[in-house]
Design a protein around this ligand. Structure first.
Ligand code: P1T
Length: 379
């Protein structure tokens, strides 16, 4: 089926008891069993829930994967994926990832005996040269948050297959509408569904999708054993949202392209990071592996004061963490989303104090551009 059809129907059949077209919110913690050892396939709410199963199947279909597992947050999905590893294992990670992902790996998983090499995965040679005898996983964000760096999915999948590493891609910035890493041979794709997939800034959630039965069985065990599962209501809200994912992504993309073009001609903007601009160093690769460029733009304004002035003077863009909602947001990565990254690492990534990140929403593009133009006048 096509993406629009799947987004509206996959995983969702009319409710068997009433015919309700919309999957009900099965707000229950447990299920009555007919007798010992005989159930309808549902035993306990952490282990399985019909609303969650519908969401998991829906997003798995959108990612062209066989199995989906929903979590209570993007970080919770990442925790379950890290649970595939054991003390002594080595992971090669994109040097620019969401600050919370860095914090989790560096401050927590390192204490559990995992080791990490943080490399610029946009040059795949850096991945091969970081391989050690202990390497078990390659973990990539593409495009990265917030520098919008792109990594070659096919090349990463190839390295993973050759060495039998688990390859993982955080696809949060693109959503399955614009990029489907499993189609390039990646083993596991994950999302913070908090972002584009839910798209209405009213749910915290995560999902992991794979086509490997073995990885699915292990992740399902981890999902149940760790227990970071979403509520039935949150699953229902996210499923309501995936129905319009394609429509929203088209608008985000259209608005962001217009915004990026405007910003790249503005004298107060020193640099624009957006994969849809021909000036982006991986523009050709972006066109090859993505079918759109998304709604995220970062800009360099040269100083913290310039950044503060822009943030202070916007009227439609809200100064806030998070991204991917229909409403436009703006943030200062160095002190907000990526505050946990040491200064010297931030400098290497060009994640400066003058960097501002825009999550371009679905409002009228003229209004959004006017808002940023007016605020830039005060910079
Ligand atoms: O917030 P949570 O749902 O737990 O997702 C974590 C996460 C994972 N991966 C990426 C690429 C992310 O951007 C995030 C969360 N990011 C933000 C809150 C932010 O403002 O960048």
């Amino acid at each position: 089926m096509g993406f629009l059809t799947d987004s509206i129907h996959a995983g969702q059949t009319p409710d068997p008891t009433t015919g309700a077209v919309i999957t009900p919110i099965y707000q229950t913690s447990t299920y009555a069993q007919e007798e010992l050892g005989v159930s309808k396939g549902f035993d306990y709410g952490r282990t399985i829930n019909p609303t969650r199963v519908a969401l998991e199947n829906n997003i798995a279909a959108l990612e062209k994967g066989k199995f989906g597992l929903a979590f209570s947050s993007g970080m919770s999905a990442i925790q379950a994926i890290a649970g595939l590893l054991s003390a002594g294992d080595h992971v090669i990670v994109s040097d620019n990832v969401y600050g919370g992902t860095f914090r989790f790996f560096d401050k927590i998983m390192r204490r559990y005996g995992l080791t990490f090499s943080w490399v610029d995965t946009s040059d795949v040679k850096n991945i091969t040269s970081a391989i050690t005898k202990e390497t078990k996983m390659i973990y990539v964000e593409t495009p990265t948050n917030p520098m919008l760096t792109i990594t070659d999915l096919k090349a990463v999948a190839g390295i993973g297959k050759k060495h039998q590493f688990i390859t993982v891609v955080d696809n949060t910035f693109m959503s399955p509408y614009f990029q489907r890493p499993l189609e390039f041979g990646i083993d596991i794709v994950l999302h913070s569904t908090t972002k584009y997939i839910n798209g209405h800034s009213d749910v915290i959630g995560g999902i992991a999708v794979t086509s490997s039965q073995e990885l699915h069985d292990k992740l399902r065990f981890l999902q149940n054993a760790i227990g970071g599962v979403p509520s039935p209501f949150d699953c229902w809200l996210v499923m309501r949202s995936t129905k319009t994912l394609a429509l929203r992504m088209r608008q985000h993309n259209e608005n962001a392209i217009q915004m990026a073009k405007f910003l790249s001609t503005h004298p107060k903007v020193k640099k624009v990071y957006y994969p849809g601009l021909p000036s982006h160093p991986q523009f050709e690769l972006a066109k090859k592996q993505m079918s759109g460029f998304g709604g995220m733009i970062s800009i360099e304004l040269g100083s913290l004061d310039n950044g503060k002035n822009l943030l202070r003077n916007v009227k439609i863009f809200a100064l806030a963490e998070s991204l991917g909602g229909v409403e436009s947001l703006i943030c200062h990565p160095a002190s907000m989303t990526h505050g946990s990254i040491p200064l010297e690492d931030r400098i290497k990534l060009h994640l400066t104090d003058g960097l501002v990140r825009l999550s371009v929403g679905c409002e009228d593009p003229e209004d959004l551009i006017a808002d940023i133009r007016n605020a830039l006048e005060k910079v």
